[in-house]
Design a protein around this ligand. Structure first.
Ligand code: 6A9
Length: 820
């Protein structure tokens, strides 16, 4: 019934929309969005942490590990995602942000495969109910009586109430455990840990837990506000105290086995911080069920089974239509691979809340006006003028759950490329969330480290953000893409029916494309976001402006020329291409071609959006800027001799000088789509991209030319390895060239086919061998390297598999230099 009522509300709202009352529909869609996106595994730093996207609220975190030896708990208890633990692959095999999915852990160290299936069950006024099914299966060869301990942490961070119903026996609970809670945002709710299946161990030892029967322990406490997030230390305090008592009572000689020593005290009650402990012998399975009381029903395990099945079926169906994989990637194995890549990306979306460290001193050194400025800025940073600011909130995907479980601005634009195909409404929520972290000047922090838990993962020297430092504005790519789709949807005749279709999935109201299906809604989004985009654009043009006096002879009349602020001798973190070689020594008169290209991209996107919104004055201004940028990109940055674009600097005689390190930076105006398909510069750039002695490798396009003096040197981060986001941009441009008439069409098509295959095959091979996606790939061997479980932009491979195969028949071959 609850579902039917919601469905009726949508229909009513849709009808209102049809008669022109878009605001009613918008409100209803906003409400549904809040509802279907309220809960999720939004603590992606944890192997399985469920929370709502509400600042302070209820959340749960899972821990597990084998418990045979005394050191097992200390060494093998899994909680936060960590690199290098003996997990041979883990993550979401299926995930849809509206319904849920399945996550698997291949835990070699503990000899177990653990799955956490998560499902949302809509209904009521508080964001619905959800359930998680936890299943443990011992690996082949592991003794059948292997003991595994599972802890659940339940935290309640707002002023509401949470407590356990009943006490069980003094030894613990033998059946289901029920928590009852209430809070302003969640209303009344119930959280049940079902008895499930699985044996608990018994022993002859006289310690109390040796009685037969399945016993679960619950300890409830009031933790300090600042400590509530620190689940592991809180647990370890209790386990240490328990171990001391046992040791005192039995001595070292007669100590009972580990699984009896490491027991939390059974003290169920009220509190903001609860642990549930269960110890199993062999396989096990149980559910955690959150029922929102306003839905009028308590979810049962049977209900969970059905909902999980339905979610899985609809996921698979949706996957094969949204990402229709093209030859040669139509086989089952690629389906599985693609599902995993995409699910880890969207299942990694997290909700973050808290304060962040920002240096708002606007110290004069940060203007970087003097030669040797990087030493002055380092000194200014050393004065540590940062302060905690906030609280901020952010809904975002993350580059890597174990290593970088937080938002990164330019990564996010790439994350949203596949997510936009799947769920445009979620994409727009995320875009909005990012733009709401922008300050009044138009600056968005590059890295979002919100709250103490997020900060705990970052070394101090990397925590502070500076409001003069930029990062590529990739979110513009997403918004422009949305606008293009909106235009297409508005032009297609069946779009009027789309709204109703997409609002009603198999399991009640789902949203994925409401903003595309309803032109008014989509238009409203663009109208509301436009001023924010414009503010960011103005911030870029003002604060990252380059000094082009030295170039005036050659440059076009306007002053378009840009320089990343915040560079050091060795790094420009702002650019995202950290250690890519740049002019040396750094100079305040330097100009960066990648930055100017990004500003060009912003200008072009804004202009298109302004056109769609019929903002004539804006269009006129942006058109003028774009012409100037296109002009100056050639004038200030093109080297006819090198055949590519280059950074520029000012030499000892105050002369304009190009500094060419061939690689990703040299391609930028092409990458962001600022070159015409018949521009001879395109031909020269294709020469460079396709040259096996320079950028082309069997595993994708190298970040730097093999012929560059810095190829593979020092950190070798962006100095040879193959990166997926840049390769995706190259691939898209090649595809674009291949799809329209022009002098480079055939060449681009061959390169497109070869590159697509090289990239997909590389990421796939590494995934098969290691169970993981990686941060970057070795251009010689194709091996994944640096950060493991890098489920951020490497997931673009799913888009690549869904792109057309460029031709019919024939096997794509890598392009050889002499064929070009
Ligand atoms: C350092 C170490 C636990 C570096 O994917 C995120 C970014 C990209 O935006 C950027 O282009 N990565 C790339 O060059 C990772 C950056 C990590 C910086 C944090 C702290 C924490 O160790």
């Amino acid at each position: 019934l609850a579902q039917a009522v919601v469905a009726l509300a949508v229909l009513a709202a849709a009808a209102a929309g049809a008669t022109g009352d878009a605001s009613v529909l918008a409100a209803e869609i906003g409400r549904l969005n809040n509802q279907s996106l309220l809960w999720g595994p939004y603590k992606p730093n944890l192997y399985f942490g469920v929370r709502p996207r509400i600042p302070n609220s209820l959340w749960t975190g899972l821990m597990w590990g084998r418990i045979e030896a005394y050191n097992d708990v200390k060494d093998g208890l899994r909680y936060t995602c960590e690199q290098g633990e003996e997990l041979h692959g883990y993550g979401w095999d299926e995930y849809d942000a509206r319904t849920g999915g399945v996550q698997t852990f291949h835990d070699e160290g503990n000899g177990i495969d653990l799955t956490t299936s998560f499902v949302k069950i809509p209904g009521g006024r508080h964001g619905g109910s959800w359930a998680a099914r936890i299943r443990g299966r011992l690996h082949d060869g592991v003794p059948k009586n292997r003991k595994t301990v599972v802890y659940h942490y339940v935290a309640q961070e707002d002023s509401g109430e949470l407590g356990v119903d009943g006490q069980g026996s003094e030894l613990g609970f033998t059946g289901d455990i029920t928590f009852s809670g209430q809070s302003e945002s969640l209303g009344d709710y119930e959280l049940v840990f079902t008895r499930g299946t699985g044996d608990s161990p018994t022993s002859d030892h006289d310690i109390t837990s040796s009685r037969p029967g399945h016993v679960a322990l619950v300890s409830s406490a009031h933790a300090e506000d600042t400590a509530v997030w620190q689940a592991k230390p809180l647990l370890f305090q209790q386990l240490q105290a328990a171990a001391e008592v046992v040791q005192e009572r039995y001595g070292m000689e007669n100590a009972p086995p580990a699984w009896q020593v490491y027991r939390i005290p059974h003290k169920p009650g009220k509190g903001n911080s609860h642990f549930v402990q269960r110890t199993f012998e062999g396989n096990f399975e149980f559910d955690i069920i959150f029922s929102s009381k306003s839905s009028g029903q308590n979810v049962t395990p049977e209900h969970v089974t059905r909902a999980l099945e339905a979610a899985s079926t609809s996921f698979s169906k949706r996957f094969s239509s949204v990402f229709a994989l093209k030859a040669p990637y139509t086989g089952q194995e690629y389906q599985k691979f693609g599902k995993s890549m995409f699910s880890n990306l969207i299942g990694g979306v997290g909700y973050f809340h808290g304060h962040q460290l920002i240096d708002r001193s606007y110290a004069p050194e940060y203007e970087e006006e003097n030669e040797g400025f990087w030493e002055e800025t380092a000194a200014a940073r050393d004065r540590k003028q940062q302060q905690l600011e906030g609280p901020y909130e952010l809904l975002t995907a993350v580059p890597s759950r174990p290593f970088f479980p937080r938002g990164f601005l330019w990564d996010e634009g790439f994350h949203l490329v596949p997510i936009a195909d799947w769920d445009m409404d979620l994409t727009l929520e995320i875009v909005k969330s990012w733009f709401h972290t922008m300050d009044e000047n138009g600056w968005i922090p590059r890295e979002q480290i919100l709250g103490a838990e997020a900060r705990s993962k970052v070394p101090e020297e990397f925590q502070v953000q500076y409001p003069h430092i930029a990062n590529p504005p990739t979110l513009f790519l997403v918004i422009e893409d949305f606008m293009e789709r909106l235009r297409r949807a508005a032009n297609s005749t069946d779009s009027a029916l789309g709204g109703e279709r997409s609002l009603h999935g198999d399991q009640g109201p789902l949203l994925h494309t409401a903003h595309l299906d309803n032109a008014e809604l989509g238009g409203d989004f663009l109208r509301n976001i436009y001023p924010l985009l414009r503010r960011q654009y103005d911030w870029f043009r003002k604060t990252q402006r380059g000094d082009i006096r030295g170039y005036e002879r050659e440059a076009f009349s306007t002053r378009e020329g840009y320089r990343w602020r915040g560079r050091t001798e060795t790094h420009i973190l702002a650019s995202g291409l950290d250690d890519y070689p740049r002019p040396q020594p750094p100079h305040p008169g330097e100009l960066h071609v990648d930055l100017m290209s990004w500003v060009g991209l912003m200008t072009k996107s804004l202009k298109k959006i302004a056109e769609a919104l019929e903002l004539e004055e804006e269009v006129a201004e942006l058109t003028k800027n774009l012409v100037a940028i296109e002009h100056n990109l050639s004038d200030l940055h093109w080297s006819e001799k090198a055949g590519c674009f280059c950074d520029a600097t000012v030499d000892a005689f105050e002369e304009h000088q190009l500094v060419c390190h061939k690689g990703y930076v040299s391609l930028f105006p092409f990458l962001v789509g600022l070159l015409q398909p018949d521009d001879p510069k395109v031909g020269r750039l294709l020469d460079l991209v396709g040259d096996e002695e320079q950028l082309w490798s069997a595993h994708g396009i190298r970040s730097l030319s093999q012929q560059d003096e810095f190829y593979g040197t020092k950190e070798n981060y962006w100095r040879s390895p193959v990166w997926m986001p840049m390769n995706y941009m190259i691939l898209k441009q090649l595809q674009g060239l291949a799809q329209q008439k022009g002098p480079y069409r055939d060449r681009a098509r061959d390169m497109y086919r070869g590159l697509r295959k090289n990239l997909v095959d590389t990421v796939f091979a590494s995934w098969k061998a290691t169970g993981f996606a990686w941060e970057q790939y070795n251009p010689e061997t194709g091996a994944g390297q640096r950060t493991q479980h890098f489920t951020g932009w490497t997931s673009l491979v799913v888009k690549m598999m869904a792109m057309d195969d460029g031709d019919v028949g024939g096997v794509p071959v890598p392009v050889k230099k002499d064929e070009l």
